[in-house]
Design a protein around this ligand. Structure first.
Ligand SMILES: Nc1ncnc2c1ncn2[C@@H]1O[C@H](COP(=O)(O)OP(=O)(O)OP(=O)(O)O)[C@@H](O)[C@H]1O
Ligand SMILES: [Mg+2]
Length: 161
């Protein structure tokens, strides 16, 4: 399976990666944003917002659980599951955000996906880790069956910067 690794030397680079994702990902894409406290998950979603053309400031949904932004190319649904246990996660009915019935399909960004009882498929797993010199390493992996053409074109976009 293809895995993409990208070194993000600074906050701008994290924002740029988010912008590429926001501009190019198709409706219904689920991003599982993994990584320690302060690794840049919310920063990445801020870049996604820019890429989607959302002008409203994107803030961490730590207390609101979900923030919805509807003004861009696609809706953006941003979750932070940090404080939740499995039961609380169940009661959020997250599936409604990617089934395309209750809510229009958009991009779903989930911080702390390890809180999910099981990972939805297909999805994009994006792991951020902090390097010894305080840069970030992003690792992108498809979960389940992600359209190969879609992942390939993403690789092309990343390579192009
Ligand atoms: N590529 C990078 N290199 C260095 N610093 C970065 C990079 N990307 C983001 N940062 C910084 O790391 C911090 C990350 O904060 P952010 O809130 O985005 O992390 P988070 O993963 O969402 O944290 P939390 O788990 O608390 O929600 C910010 O101070 C940001 O400026
Ligand atoms: Mg965060």
């Amino acid at each position: 399976m293809d895995v993409m690794e990208l070194l993000l030397p600074n906050l701008l680079a994290t924002h740029r990666l988010g912008q590429v994702l926001g501009r190019s990902l198709p409706a219904g894409t689920i991003l599982l944003l993994d990584g320690n406290l302060g690794s840049g998950k919310t920063s990445l979603v801020q870049g996604m917002g820019q890429g989607l053309g959302i002008s409203e400031p994107i803030v961490s949904p730590t207390f609101t659980l979900v923030n919805e932004y509807l003004e861009g190319r696609l809706p953006l649904y941003h979750f932070d599951l940090y404080r939740l246990d499995a039961q609380a996660v169940d009661s959020l009915y997250l599936d409604l955000y990617w089934e395309g019935i209750e809510y229009p399909l958009g991009l779903v960004a989930i911080e702390w996906p390890d809180r999910l009882p099981q990972w939805p498929e297909p999805a994009l797993h994006l792991q951020l880790s902090i390097t010894h010199d305080d840069q970030r390493l992003a690792t992108l992996m498809p979960v389940g069956q992600v359209l190969p053409s879609w992942f390939k074109s993403l690789q092309g976009l990343m390579a192009a910067g």
